[in-house]
Design a protein around this ligand. Structure first.
Ligand SMILES: *Cc1c(COP(=O)(O)O)cnc(C)c1O
Ligand code: SF4
Length: 347
């Protein structure tokens, strides 16, 4: 069996499997796990330094997950936007195609918490075929985001089948894979996998790192292999209370991502997902972090801060305000608060 399969098999899924010093002290935590599964593989477990640290918070269940009175099970209205199960068609030219319910770790803040890793997310070859049929019959779809769950948790052969089926559809221009495996189980990125992936260019991968401690030699090797295969790498970080909600943490994360050839793509405001309210920060926190990045670090290391509109409206970019109207002139403020007046051109 491959190393990554072995690691995954030995994942921790109950509180009593956790080392004593990492166990949450609440008693009813088993109730949380019953509703929202726990999976921490030994690689990610090894990165946790201590209880309550930023990696621990992402991985270990919290009683607040079942006490949330604020959020909604499906805040992005994904179920209503699915013409066939497990395929979300929200934007004119692209779809989100869910091909597995499994992940290398179940992140406590997950937007699809209502179903990842549970029987609520029934994905079979049949549902995948139905998704492929929809894409084939919908020629305005030119960009397919293969997601889940984590598509890289599928076996090489299944992934090969899905990607080659997509590539055989002439109207599909680009394929993207959304995967947290380079962060949570980097040994999944084997040379064999990469050999398969590179057959399907133009192929993009958006991965998901949230904290500088996740950028390890193993993660770096996984990203090197993917980048060397010509796959452009992006990162979709989620802004999380107590994990990465300080400017210094985010600056370090963005710089370290660029060092492993991953371009920060989105910084997401945490969604209003039931069971995750304790992870949300005010929008002001995100704007302050953006202000600490723009101008202070490489433009390459500045993601787009976005909130995914509740109800399915799509992603809305949020930017600190650098422009003020003064009559028919504009006043610009730069990153370090110097202003200049700009005479606008006539319409
Ligand atoms: C995020 C998302 C996309 C892709 O959006 P981009 O801004 O192109 O990255 C597509 N479909 C759905 C349903 C999404 O949530
Ligand atoms: S890897 Fe992604 S889909 Fe899976 S639990 Fe984490 S956030 Fe959710």
């Amino acid at each position: 069996m491959q190393t990554w399969r072995n690691l995954l098999k030995k994942s921790i899924s109950t509180v009593t499997d956790l080392p004593l010093e990492l166990r949450p002290n609440q008693e009813r935590i088993n109730k949380v796990i019953k509703q929202y599964p726990m999976r921490i593989n030994s690689y990610y477990l090894g990165l946790i330094r201590e209880k309550n640290d930023p990696l621990w918070k992402q991985a270990v269940p919290d009683i607040r997950e079942i006490q949330d009175q604020v959020c909604m099970p499906d805040p992005l209205g994904e179920e209503d936007l699915s013409p066939v199960p497990n395929l979300i068609h929200k934007y004119p030219d692209r779809v989100l195609f869910l091909v597995t319910s499994q992940c290398a770790m179940y992140c406590r803040f997950c937007t699809r918490k209502r179903k990842v890793g549970t029987s609520e997310m029934a994905i079979t070859k049949k549902t995948i075929r139905a998704g492929l049929d929809y894409i084939r019959q919908t020629p305005q779809v030119r960009d397919v985001l293969v997601s889940g769950g984590d598509p890289l948790l599928l076996d090489d052969e299944i992934l090969d089948w899905i990607l080659s089926s997509l590539r055989s559809i002439p109207t599909v221009e680009i394929i993207r894979i959304g995967s947290r495996a380079p962060c949570t189980l980097p040994m999944r990125v084997t040379t064999r996998l990469v050999k398969i992936l590179k057959k399907f260019h133009p192929l993009y991968i958006n991965t998901h790192f949230n904290h500088p401690d996740e950028i390890t030699p193993e993660a770096s090797l996984a990203c090197t292999r993917l980048a060397d295969a010509g796959i452009p790498l992006g990162c979709q970080t989620v802004l999380l209370r107590g994990v990465n909600d300080h400017p210094e943490t985010m600056q370090e994360l963005m710089r370290k991502l660029l060092m492993i050839r991953v371009k920060p793509y989105y910084l997401f405001q945490a969604d209003l997902t039931l069971g995750t309210d304790h992870f949300r920060t005010p929008i002001e926190t995100g704007l302050k972090i953006m202000k600490s990045l723009i101008g202070y670090t490489s433009g390459l290391g500045v993601p787009t801060y976005a909130v995914d509109a509740p109800g399915g409206g799509g992603k809305i970019p949020l930017t600190p305000n650098y422009v003020q109207k003064l009559g028919d002139q504009l006043m610009f403020t730069n990153y370090c608060d110097q202003t200049c007046i700009y005479k606008n051109a006539k319409k």
